[in-house]
Structure formats: structure tokens, C-alpha cells
Design a protein around this ligand. Structure first.
Ligand code: SF4
Length: 721
């Protein structure tokens, strides 16, 4: 492999080299970012000021600040002005605490036209930081495929043409690691981190990025995904084949923390907690997030058949136990050093049954809950191997598994309702459960042909296309097409949970659970009985969940492992002990002494800023926060009938409507009306709690109160008061 890689490397043509002064990280920050313009080949550093740190903290905050300065109201995803920004945050890159190596990617999304942010594992973000930069900002478009290389060992950045390498990530990432590693040793290969997309990203708008790294225990390449909103599509549109960052001297204290003793103390306590508690709690180390499948199925909340129902026969074939059987668990599977939760499981030596790599035996990185539920039960599929194969191909093609699952479920629903037939789908037959058709659709996206080209543009595009070209009823498509703001829903069935409806549809970037995941608190634990409780949760949790992406952290160690006695605290869902840990980590690294109030203000500033940036790009008002009707209510007679007793009871007890003597159609109509009334009330209450206008825009007084008071931001917000 090394010889082959050497030959490919010889074909590289260096287009630009820029050298920079190497400096150690100073208490979590480099105080500079790296700017690269692929059109002009300009490479330079930009200063990070005290004001920038105060207002935007780091990570996603820096990404969004740079994006705000780069775009205007007219910027589209495929304009050269659009950027791909990647940052690790001030805490990111430590190895003492679990879940601390995340990179945060932002760009203007092809499917939503507003900023998307994705939080991803792998080594790139930490290596970028240790190479000298708090964020990477890439603008412009290259003429031909290029690799952007950041050599953190030698203080050099290069743009190079790279004609020989593959595009699909499972091959490309390995080629790059062999090319850029100094020697053919594990330690040397570990020093190279990659970012790449795949053939699917070239043709579909749901492209994702793969963050590749060399896994020493497994002696091979691992891929983690920045999945949502088309980051891979923007990447390939810019003609970026890959980004590579090399950093060799990793020893665990690169952040140069202000108080290393305190950092060790907080880290050791948490590491011990994971070792003691995870085996008795969620067993993340054994099964990862696959443990969620049976819980959701039991509570009738697992999305099945395009979010129509909440349970599926055969869920046990694709749940916790099914994947525990095939996950290879003899090695610790962390996506950054020091993560004892180690939930990033793999299926090894998996033989592919379809596609260009049919017959190859490969490593499948996953599947995780969202992938299982999306490409599986939501499409009526429970075949463990088919789900694993879709996971593999989505990753290597650079396609988002969540969007792929939701858009395929929409296609199957359209098929069932007679909107699609074989003539319209180029011969593919989309009955529920037809995993072969799902996989062929995916291969078409990668080949850039057939119905896959239409489907790959996402649910919003398909709704418009089916209406225009197939005469489909748009009102019906808006009911069943599961997108909000253009982003496909992730995999929780929100229509029975008022709090989760808001969690999804008020999410700034679109319905992704990382902003607000309240379904468990609302439906399983029954902790949010009133609208006021739900609005309070919709204020607090989206804010708190923003913390992780400001700092380069993984959310899972916050509440997927809980301290002993957490259930006896005043508000167990907040896991306050871990919130305190995070504050202590930040203080011990930066030397600051922030309290709980300032911790929340850090978040609130970036959260409100993201809403304003979305507004600047066209979606950030009340009208944008409704989503698909099926996210709020049952919308078909079938759905109503599947839970008739429960819905009848709701009509009677919650709304004072006697269902006796009403037809199912009438009961459905009244249910929709009542659910919409309640949803509007939830919006009023939540916007008010957030300090927003009734139109969903942050009030100027709120911006001033939280310290987001830069004049251009205030002037922009004033236009919408
Ligand atoms: S908890 Fe899992 S996803 Fe999070 S950092 Fe650890 S291995 Fe990665």
C-alpha cells in the first residue's frame, strides 16, 4: 500500500504553499484562524480577538462568526462565497475526559439554504487546533479536484491537485493516510487525519463528510460522519477531494491548560464514573446507541413507515441484541483518545451483497440508532445485514444516513399512495421493506443517474418535483413529506409528544435531535405536564445542548452515563453534576472563572446569533417553524385508526369533543385542528421564554442583555422587531 501511495503522491501538483510560524496553544486557544480561498489560492491567518472569544467562545461560535462575515442575504450554497468552516473549540482535544475530540462543521446547506452545523468525531479538529488554528475557513472553488494539506509538524499549508486518488471515502481515506504518513507504522499513520466525501456527495444534496483516522487497535481506517444538511455536497462543489491534517507530537497536554491538576482531577473522576456506571446503565461500550431501538419500539415512538406508526414487528432483528451479536467488541472503539465510553462500534469483515464493491469484505462503522431507525423500520425494513450495508454505502459515498432514510420512507409512502409507480422511478419498486430498491436508489445517487438524481435532492425538492411533473397533490405531500426548513427529520416520532414537536420544528438548523431531544422526558418519564413546563424545557435544553459544539465536545458523556444519585436531584434530566464538570474543564483550561450564569450566557449568545444568521439567509421566523403536519398530528385515516382508542380519548378528555357518532374523517379533522391550536400556544410560550418576538426573532433587548451587542448584529435584528 505504501508503494502505491507513493506513486499517487508523485502525481500531486502543488498549486500554492504558505508557511506559518508554529506556536504552542495558549490555554485552549491559538488566537488565530486559518483562511483558505480555493478560487484565488489565497492562504492567510486571521486574528482571534478577546472580543471574538467573549462573544462567540469557539467551535461552532467561531464557525458561525466567520460565516456571518463571509455571506450576505443573497448567498446560495453553491456560490463561491459560501464557506466550509471547521473548528474544535477551547476544550476540544484534551484526552483526560471522555468525548472531547469533536470537530464542528458549518456551511450554508443545499437543502435548507441556511447554516447547518454538524458535530463529528475523528482527529481532524484537534489536530487542526494543535497545528496552530482555532478554526479553518475555506471559501471559493478550485478549478480541479484538490487536496488541502495542513502540515502541523512543519508549519505549512498547501493546496495541491491530486488526480489519482479515489473519491469514495473508505478507499480514499486509507490512500491519504499512507501517502501523508512519514512511515508505515501505526504511530506515524495515527498522525494523519482526513476529511473526505464520496461519489454520492457529487450528485445528491444530502452529502456528508467523513472524518477519517487510523485506529491503532484495529490497524485500519475509521470514518466518522458530519452527517446533516449537505456538508459533503458543498465540499465536492468546491472541488475539494480531501483535507488532510498532520500532527505527530500528541501527548495529551497540547492545550497548555492553566490548571493541569484540576483538569486531571475532573477527568479521572468522570472516567471512573463511566467505568463503574456504563455497564449498569446504557451499556454504550457494548452496544452504542442501538439500545434506543427497543425502548422507542416499546413506547410506540419508533418511526416506522414514514413516521406513520410507532412500532414494527421484528424490531428485535435490528435492535440492541441483534447488533450486539455482530459488533466486534474486543477493542476499545473511541472516536478520540481517552473516551472510555467508546461507543463507536464496528462490524468487521462484512461481506457486501450489492453495488460496486459487491463481494468485498469491509468494516462497517456502526450502525448507530439514527441509521438503524432511518434506513430500517422507517422504511419497513428490519433486516440487520441490509441496514449494515446501507450504513456502509452511505458512508463511503458521502451520504447522510438520516436524510437518506427519511427521504426513502417518503418515496415508499408516495408509492403506497399511488403518487409514484415504476414508470416514474425508472423501474424501481418501492413497497415497504424493499431494501434492494433502497440500496439501488443509493447506488443511483452515487452514479448520478435515474430516479436517484431526483431523490438525492431531498424531500423538499421531491415535493416540488412530484407536484410539477407528476401532478401530485401538494397539500397531501406537505402533510407526509417529513422535512422542516428543508432538512429531513431525524428518527423520533414527534406527533405524540408536544415537547418533541417543538424540539424538532423550532430547531434553528432544522429538525435534528442534537438541539432538543425531549421525547423521553415528555413521553416516557412524563416530566413535562404543562405547556409552561414544555416551554421551559424548550428554552433550556436547546441552549445547553449548544455547549458541546462550542467546545469541541461529544454530548453523550453528559447524560448517557449518569452519576450515582442523579435521579434524586431536583431536575435529573439536567445532570447538573456533569454540567459543573464541563464548567470546571473550561475554567481549568482557560484560567477563566466562569460561573453557571456565564456558562449559559456563552451558549445563549451563539444560539441567538445562529437564529439571526439563518434569518439573514432567509429562514428564521415563525412561518419557518411549522414543519410537516405529520410531525404534529396524525394526518391519514389509517394513522387515526391505528390509535383510534387513544385519539378518541384525547378528543373527549383534553378537548371536550364527544367522538361518538363522528366518522373517522371528522375525528381526524378535529384532532388536527386541536393539535394546531395547541402547537400555536406552545410557540407563543416558547418564543416568549427565549426572549424572542412573537414572530420568532430575538428581541434587541434580549441581544443586549446577553452581550450579543455588536452594532451590525443589533442593526440587523432591528429590521425584524
Ligand atoms: S461517546 Fe462515543 S461518539 Fe462520543 S466521543 Fe466517545 S466514542 Fe465518540
Amino acid at each position: 500500500m505504501k508503494e502505491k501511495a507513493k506513486k499517487m503522491k508523485e502525481k500531486h501538483k502543488i498549486l500554492k504553499t504558505w508557511e506559518y510560524e508554529k506556536k504552542p496553544v495558549d490555554k485552549g486557544y491559538n488566537n488565530r484562524t486559518l483562511y483558505v480561498n480555493l478560487s484565488t489560492k489565497e492562504i492567510k491567518e486571521k486574528p482571534v480577538t478577546k472580543e471574538m472569544k467573549k462573544m462567540f467562545t469557539g467551535g461552532k461560535g467561531f464557525d458561525l462568526k466567520l460565516l456571518w462575515d463571509a455571506v450576505d442575504e443573497n448567498t446560495k450554497w453553491n456560490d463561491p462565497e459560501n464557506e466550509i468552516n471547521i473548528a474544535a473549540g477551547p476544550v476540544g482535544g484534551i484526552t483526560q475526559y471522555p468525548g472531547t475530540g469533536k470537530s464542528i462543521v458549518t456551511t450554508v446547506s443545499p437543502t435548507t439554504s441556511i447554516p447547518i452545523d454538524s458535530n463529528v468525531g475523528g482527529y481532524f479538529g484537534p489536530y487542526l487546533k494543535f497545528s496552530g488554528f482555532d478554526a479553518l475557513e475555506v471559501q471559493g472553488k478550485a478549478e480541479k479536484d484538490v487536496i488541502l494539506y495542513i502540515d502541523g509538524d512543519n508549519g505549512k499549508v498547501e493546496i495541491m491537485e491530486a488526480p489519482e486518488e479515489e473519491i469514495n471515502s473508505h478507499i480514499l481515506a486509507e490512500q491519504l493516510i499512507y501517502e501523508f504518513a512519514d512511515e508505515d507504522t501505526d504511530m506515524s499513520k495515527k498522525s494523519v487525519a482526513t476529511v473526505s466525501a464520496g461519489k454520492g456527495s457529487e450528485n445528491a444534496w444530502i452529502g456528508c463528510l467523513n472524518f477519517g483516522f487510523w485506529d491503532i487497535p484495529r490497524k485500519g481506517v475509521r470514518l466518522k460522519q458530519a452527517g446533516r444538511g449537505g456538508t459533503g455536497t458543498v465540499f465536492r462543489d468546491k472541488n475539494i477531494k480531501a483535507m488532510v491534517c498532520k500532527f505527530s507530537d500528541l501527548h495529551g497536554m497540547e492545550n497548555n491548560p492553566a490548571d493541569p491538576e484540576k483538569l486531571r482531577e475532573v477527568g479521572q473522576k468522570m472516567q471512573q464514573e463511566v467505568i463503574n456506571n456504563d455497564p449498569k446503565q446504557n451499556r454504550m461500550r457494548k452496544v452504542g446507541t442501538a439500545h434506543i431501538v427497543p425502548i422507542m419500539n416499546e413506547y410506540d415512538l419508533l418511526p416506522t413507515h414514514n413516521f406513520k406508526y410507532g412500532q414494527i414487528d421484528g424490531a428485535e432483528n435490528c435492535g440492541e441484541e441483534a447488533y450486539e451479536e455482530v459488533f466486534e467488541d474486543s477493542k476499545p472503539d473511541g472516536c478520540w483518545f481517552g473516551c472510555t465510553i467508546a461507543c463507536a462500534h464496528t462490524i468487521e469483515d462484512f461481506e457486501l451483497r450489492t453495488g460496486p464493491y459487491k463481494g468485498d469484505r469491509v468494516r462497517v462503522d456502526g450502525p448507530e440508532y439514527e441509521t438503524i431507525a432511518g434506513v430500517g423500520p422507517n422504511c419497513g425494513i428490519t433486516d440487520r445485514e441490509a441496514i449494515a450495508e446501507m450504513n456502509f454505502y452511505c458512508d463511503t459515498y458521502g451520504l447522510d444516513t438520516i436524510s437518506f432514510g427519511t427521504l426513502t420512507a417518503f418515496i415508499m409512502d408516495c408509492w403506497e399512495n399511488g403518487i409514484l409507480d415504476e414508470e416514474k422511478t425508472d423501474g424501481l419498486s418501492f413497497e415497504w421493506g424493499n431494501w434492494k430498491a433502497s440500496l439501488e436508489l443509493m447506488h443511483q445517487m452515487a452514479r448520478g443517474e435515474g430516479f436517484g438524481l431526483i431523490a438525492g435532492k431531498g424531500v423538499l425538492y421531491m415535493k416540488e418535483y412530484f407536484e410539477k411533473n407528476f401532478g401530485a397533490d401538494r397539500e397531501f405531500l406537505d402533510k407526509i413529506g417529513m422535512e422542516c426548513k428543508g432538512l429531513e427529520y431525524s428518527q423520533y416520532m414527534s406527533k405524540e409528544s408536544t415537547a418533541q414537536k417543538g424540539g424538532y420544528n423550532f430547531a434553528i438548523k432544522g429538525p435534528q435531535h442534537d438541539e432538543a431531544w425531549l421525547i423521553f422526558m415528555d413521553m416516557v418519564q412524563k416530566r413535562l405536564p404543562t405547556h409552561k413546563d414544555k416551554a421551559e424545557a424548550l428554552y433550556y435544553f436547546p441552549l445547553w445542548r449548544t455547549w458541546f459544539s462550542l467546545h469541541g465536545l461529544c454530548k453523550l458523556p453528559w447524560n448517557d452515563v449518569e452519576p450515582v444519585g442523579n435521579d434524586k436531584t431536583e431536575d435529573p434530566a439536567k445532570v447538573e453534576e456533569h454540567v459543573t464538570n464541563y464548567r470546571e474543564l473550561y475554567n481549568s483550561i482557560t484560567g477563566e472563572n466562569i460561573d453557571k450564569e456565564e456558562q449559559m450566557l456563552q451558549i445563549e449568545r451563539v444560539y441567538n446569533f445562529q437564529r439571526l444568521l439563518s434569518l439573514k439567509l432567509g429562514k428564521g421566523q415563525r412561518k419557518d417553524d411549522y414543519g410537516a403536519l405529520r410531525s404534529i398530528s396524525p394526518v391519514t385515516v389509517d394513522e387515526y385508526k391505528s390509535r383510534e382508542e387513544r385519539y378518541d380519548k384525547q378528543l373527549k378528555e383534553e378537548h371536550g369533543i364527544d367522538p361518538e357518532g363522528l366518522s373517522v374523517e371528522e375525528k381526524l379533522e378535529k384532532t388536527i385542528d386541536k393539535r394546531m391550536e395547541s402547537y400555536e400556544e406552545l410557540m407563543d410560550e416558547t418564543y416568549s421564554r427565549k426572549g424572542w418576538t412573537n414572530n420568532g426573532v430575538p428581541k434587541v433587548e434580549t441581544l443586549k442583555k446577553i452581550g450579543l451587542d455588536r452594532s451590525d448584529i443589533i442593526e440587523f435584528a432591528k429590521k425584524y422587531q
